[in-house]
Each structure stands twice: as C-alpha cells, then as structure tokens.
Write a protein that binds this ligand. Structure first.
Ligand SMILES: Cc1ncc(C[n+]2csc(CCOP(=O)(O)OP(=O)(O)O)c2C)c(N)n1
Ligand SMILES: [Mg+2]
Length: 578
C-alpha cells in the first residue's frame, strides 16, 4: 500500500514526540485513525466529548511542557473542541488540534456538516490552516507544530478526509531538532537592570506580585525578597511555582484572594510585578507615591494592567540573576513583618472555617478542600473547576514544588476540572490526580465520567455537591439581585458512579470527612466522592466588602418584598459569615 498523507502525518507527530491523541472518530478522520493504528506508536484516547479532548490535551501540555494533540471529525466534531482550545490558547500551552474537513470537492458548496474551521478557530490559535493537497504536506503540519511549541499556544490543522488518503509527496522525514524550537532565555539589557536596581534600592517598602512567569525561578524570587525584606503576593497561576517553602508569602489578592495579599499590595512604596499579567485593575495600588515596576518576557504585557514606572522585558529568572548582585539589603523588616503577621491571622481565620465541628449540620466545603490537601500525595496533580472549587483550591491546597495545580484560570470555563484530569492521568498514570469539581461543572461534561472507567484512569473526582451554581448565586446576592436560575435537583452522584462502574462514596457528615477522603484516596482505581456541602458560604473578597454589604442589604429588601422571606431565614440559619 502506497504511503498516504495520513501516514506521513502520524509519522511527523511521532517525530515531534506526540504520545497520544484525545478525540472522537468520524468518517473524515478515518484515514488518520487508520494510519495511527497501523503505525502503533501513538495512543488514541477515546473520549466522549471533543471539548474534553481539548481540555485533556491542554492539561497534558501544561504538565509536560510538551506538545499535546486533540482531534475532531468534520463540522460538529471539531466545533466541539473550541471551548477547550480557547482555554489552551489563553493558558499558553502547546496544543495541536486536528480538525477534519468535509471532502475537498465539496468545500464551499454548503455540504452536509460543512463548516470553515480556518475562520472558526482563528481567534483561539496562533496558526490555523487548511491542507488542501498532498503537496502541502508535511510542511503545513510542521509549521503548525513549530508555532504551537515555539509560541506556546494552539495550532489547528484542517484536513479533508480525502486529502488524508492521497498518496504522500516524496519528502524527507522530519527532524525533531528542527520541529521543536526551544524557548529563548531573554536577558534584559544592562541599563534596564540598573534602572530596576536603582528603583528598588531607592525606596523603602517593596511588595512583589508573582505570576506563572516565575516558574523555575523560586530560589531567585526568594533571594530577592530576602534582600528587599519584601512580602510576596502571588497571582493564582503563580501559586504552584512560588507559594511553597516561602516565608515571604502573604497569599493572593483579587476577587478570590484574601486580605493580607490585598493590603500588602496596596500599602507599599514599590510594587514589583514578576511574570504576571494579573488582570483585575482595581486591585493594583493607585496612590500617587507608589511606583510600579514590571518584569515580563512579553513586551505586550508591560503596563497593560497598571501604569508602570519601569518596564523590563526579560525572563524572571534571568532578570533576577542579573539583578540580585546589585540589590542592597534593606535594613528594616517592618513592612515584611506586618504583612506576614497579617497573613498568619488571615490564614488562621481561613483554617478555622475548614474545621469540622461536632454538631455542625452541614459540611463546609472548606473542610473538604483542606482534608484533600492534607491527605493528598506529595506529588499529586490537582485540577479545579471554575466556580467555588477554584476559591477552595486557591485557599486550601498547599503546594510544595512537586504538586501541580491546573484550572481554567484565564478562559474561566466551567467543567474544566474532570476533563483536565483525564489528560493529567493519561500523561502520568502513576501519579495521584484529583479533580475538585463543582456539581455544575461536573454535570456539564458528565458523559466523560464514563471515560474514567473505560480508559482505566484512577482519577479521584471530588464533587462539591451544593445543589447550586454556587459562585454565581453568591455574586447575584452580593450585587443586590435575587438569586435566579442557580438551583440543581441533583441525583445521588455516588450512586451514579457505582452504576457507571466507578467506586462512589457519599459524605454528608462533617465527622466523616477525614476517614471518607482517606478511604477514597487509598482506593486503587477511579473514585467519585459526592461531598454534600453547605450551599450558603460567603467567600468574602478583601476589597469590596462594603459594596457586598450594600448588595446584600438590597437583596434582603427584595427578598422580603417579593415574598421570599424564607430565603433569608435559610441564609441566617446557615450563617454564611461563619
Ligand atoms: C461554560 C461556562 N458557563 C457559565 C459560566 C459562568 N459561571 C461561572 S462559575 C458558575 C457556577 C459554577 O457552579 P458549580 O460548578 O456548581 O460550582 P460552585 O460554584 O457551585 O461550587 C457559572 C455558572 C462559566 N464560567 N463557564
Ligand atoms: Mg455547585
């Protein structure tokens, strides 16, 4: 049999180090999947929804730093990838999406299932091209791979089923060295480093805000904080890289952060932003006396969230290596001491919320999150759903430099966690993978819960079962709206799990939390923990308490006047401020 474009395609993927492809088959993909089978080097991970395939590939790429691949058949098949691809692209993880297309002769004729992925996926990719004939291969695919890996993000290759079956052009086999560009290390010019040193040496109280750009720079960041006696606030994507073994850490700021991070950032003379594009402008210091300096390898990030006095384009690690010898040790620790004391108090208050007390009726979701963190493996991979599970992950998961944490932190899509856990577990079969899922997020892509059993992936799925779109319910109430459209009538998820061939456990009593989670984590296979938690919790953001108080007052008035006084009694009973 002559070598086909599909054969050439999968050979190129193998050279690029691709180990698996997440997807769902379809006739337009048959040529490719058949070539995969014959080649036998790349695993086909058969999921039930293409959105899950994209999230799973994104998680694999996040954890390994290497190219991961997902695929969908023509029209609706690849269209289903789109939300997951937006997440991958915005999180800057290298993912290649294969979007199969209707027969090439039919393109433009309004054919069955015809869409135009080259325009649909433009916004969520660096590169998105149609392969319309064998003579474009393997070049187009190679460019797509280089774009995804080199620029970190999504590439989409659109290929009609018949083109995949054409005879391959005679091209030399690709070379991995030319296919997988390595990341450049950007060291800023000496003048910029001098200016930064002068700014930091010339002012008193420095606070550092650290994001995902601090990956691999833990020691440099801490050495700088030590010399500057500076508290370290982290953005959520910086948590896994910077929070651990860090006596300068004062937590997060922002809508899901807490007060010590908030005040450390507002009350300083210089804010030093390191590898962060933290988006919420209202949390940056605005006082006329505050200087802001920002180090980022992407010039377009400089100054786009807050007006900076100095922007330095460079890798955090390389920049700090050059900067550290120029930094004079600060004499006073009072700014640092004040911030860390505040942090200890905030931490104590948060931990108190996670203590299950005897006689307490309902489980606080915080208790579940803390117990998971306390009992999880030292190198566990956590994924967390958008919504309240993200708040619990931010506040209660302890990182240690080996644990990893993945969410939908830029795109902010629900239903990410279990989907990402599939990619994490497929890539790391021996590691403990724990999905912190909302009941809304879990049920949104629940079909792929069945994939855990089918694929033999021992993921531990914790469903925070509060019978509500809880995060939005709180947002509605705290902005003065009557809560609307947020309730769920849920099944017993543990029973659903058992019926699906997965061990199901339901935890309803605060006294059972520790033993229940221990049993679940010890189980050799996939588990679902149906954690029935209190619906009424109020994760108060540090900055807008007054606004929230006004919002709640308005909500209460509306509830009384619309005959929903019972809601208030429920709210009072559950004591959301406890
Ligand atoms: C795909 C998608 N739809 C809607 C939203 C808006 N949204 C954000 S959080 C949330 C509620 C999540 O509910 P759940 O998963 O049950 O978590 P909870 O907050 O209740 O713990 C909603 C509707 C979103 N972010 N993404
Ligand atoms: Mg919920």
């Amino acid at each position: 049999m002559a070598r086909s474009v599909a054969d050439q395609f999968v050979e190129t993927l193998a050279v690029a180090g691709v180990k698996r492809i997440y997807g769902i088959v379809g006739d337009s993909l048959n040529g490719l999947t058949d070539a995969l089978q014959r080649q036998g080097k790349i695993e086909w991970v058969h999921v039930r929804h293409e959105e899950v395939a994209a999230f799973a590939a994104g998680a694999e790429a996040h954890l390994t730093g290497e190219l991961a691949v997902c695929a969908g058949s023509c029209g609706p098949g690849n269209l289903h990838l789109i939300n997951g691809l937006f997440d991958c692209h915005r999180s800057r993880v290298p993912v290649l999406a294969i979007a199969a297309q209707v027969p090439s002769a039919e393109i433009g004729a309004g054919y069955f299932q015809e869409t135009h992925p080259e325009s649909l996926f433009k916004e969520c990719s660096h590169y998105c091209e149609l392969i319309s004939g064998a003579n474009q291969m393997p070049r187009t695919l190679e460019i797509a791979i280089r774009q995804a890996v080199g620029n970190r993000g999504v590439s989409v290759v659109v290929i009609p089923g018949d083109v995949a079956l054409q005879s391959a052009a005679d091209a030399p086999p690709p070379k991995a060295e030319g296919l997988l560009p390595r990341r450049a290390v950007v060291t800023p010019p000496r003048d910029d480093v001098d200016l930064l040193a002068a700014l930091l040496n010339g002012h008193g109280r420095v606070t550092m805000l650290c994001g995902s750009g601090c990956q691999g720079a833990h020691d440099q960041v801490l050495a700088l904080a030590d010399r500057l006696k500076a508290p370290i606030v982290h953005a959520f994507r910086g948590k896994e890289h910077i929070e651990w073994d860090n006596p300068f850490d004062v937590g997060m700021t922002g809508l899901i952060g807490f007060s010590s991070g908030y005040y450390a950032m507002l009350d300083c003379d210089v804010l030093l932003m390191l590898g962060t594009d933290f988006p919420y402008r209202q949390f940056y210091p605005r006082g006329p006396g505050v200087r802001i300096a920002q180090v980022d390898m992407r010039p377009e990030n400089i100054g786009r969230r807050a007006p900076v006095d100095l922007g330095v384009v460079g890798d955090v690690r390389a920049t700090l290596d050059a900067l550290l010898p120029l930094i004079e040790e600060k004499g006073s620790r009072s700014h640092l001491d004040q911030a860390t004391q505040h942090y200890r108090k905030a931490r104590k208050d948060l931990d108190a919320l996670a203590a299950g007390s005897t006689g307490q009726r309902l489980i606080h979701p915080q208790q579940i999150a803390k117990a998971i963190s306390d009992q999880a493996a030292a190198d566990a991979v956590f994924t967390c759903d958008v919504g309240l599970p993200t708040v619990w992950a931010a506040r209660y998961l302890t990182m240690n430099g080996k644990r990893r944490l993945i969410g939908s932190f830029w795109h902010g899509s629900m239903a990410n966690a279990m989907a990402q856990s599939i990619g994490a577990q497929a890539a790391f079969p021996g590691r403990q993978v724990i999905s912190l899922s909302g009941d809304g997020g879990f049920t949104m892509l629940m079909g792929d819960f069945l994939s855990l059993a089918q694929l033999g992936l021992p993921v531990k799925v914790v469903v925070f079962n509060n019978s509500a779109l809880g995060f939005i319910e709180i947002e509605q109430k705290s902005s003065g709206f009557l809560d609307f459209g947020t309730s769920f009538k849920n099944p017993n998820f543990a029973a659903v799990a058992e019926a699906s061939g997965v061990r199901g456990m339901r935890i309803e009593d605060p006294a059972e939390v520790d033993t229940g989670i221990a049993a679940a984590l010890a189980h050799d296979g996939p588990v679902l923990i149906d954690a029935v938690v209190s619906r009424m919790v109020l994760p108060i953001p540090p900055a807008i308490t007054v606004e929230m108080a006004k919002g709640f007052t308005l909500y209460m008035l509306k509830a009384v006047f619309s005959g929903r006084a019972n809601d208030l009694i429920d709210l009072a009973r559950s004591n959301p401020w406890d």
